[in-house]
Design a protein around this ligand. Structure first.
Ligand code: TEU
Ligand code: CA
Length: 556
């Protein structure tokens, strides 16, 4: 495999609104991030993906951009962004921006001009489509509920929005739109950013006939992703995007790709793929239900392990994945992938280990490194996220009680990952001197950076050792490029795999179960490379005793 500068990096996702507030307005900002670069450097981070910081009305928390060339005043100024870039470079940290080009904000001047003249050239920047007998052009349900079609005032046209009605989809069929977007991407790359995380990109290709599909819910509509899955031709757009932008800068790109056609994997992220890599979401979509969050299943350990193992085995000779436990759209891993008895610091260290030593670029989400958890709210109005309000209503419409609907939000709300970063045990977890835009998780007194920095056995200090092992000069080749070899696949407690390059083999052994286990290896154990125990239960020639929540990495 041709080596690339990003292959051996350890990445960290910052959700800027919740990371660190430097000016007391309760909203995280760029100066807050600058102040934490040393913390991230010490953690072992080489690359930071920052969720959108462009000008936005924040209907969808910045994923609705009203000016691609401006920094949202809530986060700071372009000068502060340039300072962030410079300070990151000094620490050999690459900055990766979030690229949201399937849609923009309805406040964007393109859309405002389109509304002013629905027959003019800017209407062509979007999908303005005639209704059918006074109804929307098709029966698609948006990601956030309701029709994907909104009336264009004063006309019998509708405009398409896969997400919120304040996020009109950009018309990629229009070469003027593609040129505007490519120019913008190159403008940011010229500033010296390392690359982009590419938002919701699978949605950019539409079936222009907008056919109806069999309804899949009580609202008589069909999920819009059905159209996305059925239509061909996205490659034309993505190939042009890469040629006209990323390829010119050797930029790193990581696709947020759901609903991709299996057979298109290499096209997307192979050697000459549209993107450098893409997130492996197989473990995350395992439990989701098309009916909604209320209908999701608990994680089944064997299925979860199988999902990770099959991604690793299927991809390792073909593409380079990016692995996550959580992100700004997903529940906290510590509250999702750990069985009840393992929801403790040892379990969190174990979960981090089995994920971060996989083949592929690890992306750590802010707060994951200290074991932040989901946050239970007493009332739906304690939530902010547009998708949470939508899913709460879906649960009520399905006949659940308010308590049950609220419990579904507790388990799946995107706000679980958006509670302020917990820096210390002071007021508002040290995130802000003001009133946080979203209330902190009350467990910040037990889970915070400051306390964990002082405790050699903390999750944070374990994560530092874990990342150091992954980057250790003796083991780097193994963990970055080494083969992935599944082990104990059918075992209902053990999560184990080997990583092998040349003559060097490391084995990861973890006990997710409630009983002590003896694990036998077919080779002699040479050395313990990492353990989450200050004293291991037992180890001899080719056997390891693993207590519940115990993880160990050995060389054989
Ligand atoms: O998410 C794209 C996406 O597929 C979402 O529908 C995601 O699956 C959902 O939010 C899970 O609840 C991206 C961003 O990550 C998300 O934050 C934005 O809301 C969305 O695009 C629109 O930009
Ligand atoms: Ca602020």
């Amino acid at each position: 495999m041709q080596k690339k500068w990003w292959h051996d990096k350890v990445a960290y996702q910052i959700y800027p609104k919740s990371f660190m507030d430097s000016n007391g307005d309760g909203i995280g900002d760029l100066r807050g991030i600058i102040g934490k670069l040393d913390y991230l450097k010490e953690l072992g981070i080489d690359m930071i993906w920052i969720s959108p910081i462009y000008q936005s009305p924040f209907i969808d928390q910045g994923y609705d951009i009203s000016d691609y060339y401006k920094i949202a005043e809530e986060f700071g100024t372009m000068e502060e962004f340039d300072l962030l870039l410079e300070e990151a470079k000094k620490r050999e940290i690459q900055i990766v921006m979030d690229l949201v080009i399937n849609h923009c904000s309805s406040k964007h001047e393109w859309f405002q001009k389109a509304l002013d003249d629905p027959a003019g050239e800017y209407a062509e920047y979007f999908y303005f489509v005639k209704g059918k007998d006074g109804n929307p052009p098709s029966n698609y349900r948006s990601y956030f509920g309701g029709s994907t079609w909104e009336k264009v005032p004063g006309t019998d046209n509708y405009y398409l929005h896969m997400f919120a009605k304040e996020q009109p989809d950009l018309n990629w069929e229009n070469p003027k739109v593609r040129k505007e977007l490519f120019d913008m991407v190159n403008w940011w790359l010229d500033k010296g950013i390392g690359g982009f995380r590419i938002d919701a990109i699978i949605n950019i290709k539409k079936d222009l006939a907008f056919p109806d599909f069999e309804p899949d819910g009580p609202d008589g509509m069909c999920r819009a992703t059905k159209m996305v899955e059925e239509v061909d031709g996205i490659g034309k757009f993505l190939g042009e995007l890469k040629r006209e932008t990323f390829a010119k800068y050797d930029a790193f790109t990581v696709g947020e790709v759901f609903n991709m056609k299996e057979e298109e994997l290499e096209e997307f992220v192979g050697e000459d793929g549209y993107f450098s890599t893409m997130f492996d979401f197989q473990p995350h979509i395992l439990t989701s239900s098309e009916n909604g969050w209320y209908d999701t299943r608990e994680v089944d350990f064997l299925k979860w392990k199988a999902a990770i193992f099959s991604s690793q085995v299927e991809c390792q000779d073909r593409v380079f994945l990016a692995n996550i436990i959580e992100n700004h759209d997903e529940p906290r891993g510590a509250s999702r992938y750990l069985p009840e008895h393992a929801r403790n610091p040892q379990g969190v260290k174990m979960l981090g280990t089995v994920s971060i030593l996989l083949r592929g670029i690890p992306f750590i989400y802010q707060g994951q490194e200290i074991g932040m958890t989901n946050c239970r709210r007493e009332d739906i109005h304690d939530y902010d996220d547009i998708d949470t309000y939508h899913q709460y209503q879906v649960a009520l419409d399905a006949g659940l009680s308010k308590e049950e609907a609220l419990d579904a939000c507790y388990r799946f709300s995107r706000d679980n990952a958006r509670t302020p970063m917990q820096w210390n045990a002071e007021k508002n977890a040290g995130f802000t001197m003001g009133k946080p835009w979203l209330a902190v998780n009350e467990n910040y007194r037990e889970i915070n950076v400051e306390d964990q920095e002082k405790d050699p056995n903390s999750v944070l200090n374990y994560y530092k050792r874990l990342i150091r092992l992954r980057k250790d000069s003796e083991w780097k080749e193994v963990f970055v490029y080494g083969n992935f070899l599944p082990m104990y696949e059918k075992d209902e407690q053990i999560f184990a795999y080997a990583r092998k390059a040349g003559e060097k083999t490391a084995v990861v052994l973890a006990n997710f179960g409630e009983k002590e286990m003896v694990v036998e290896l077919d080779k002699k154990i040479r050395k313990v490379l990492l353990s989450n125990q200050d004293k291991m239960a037992g180890i001899d020639e080719n056997k390891v005793i693993l207590k519940p929540c115990e993880v160990v990495v050995v060389s054989i």
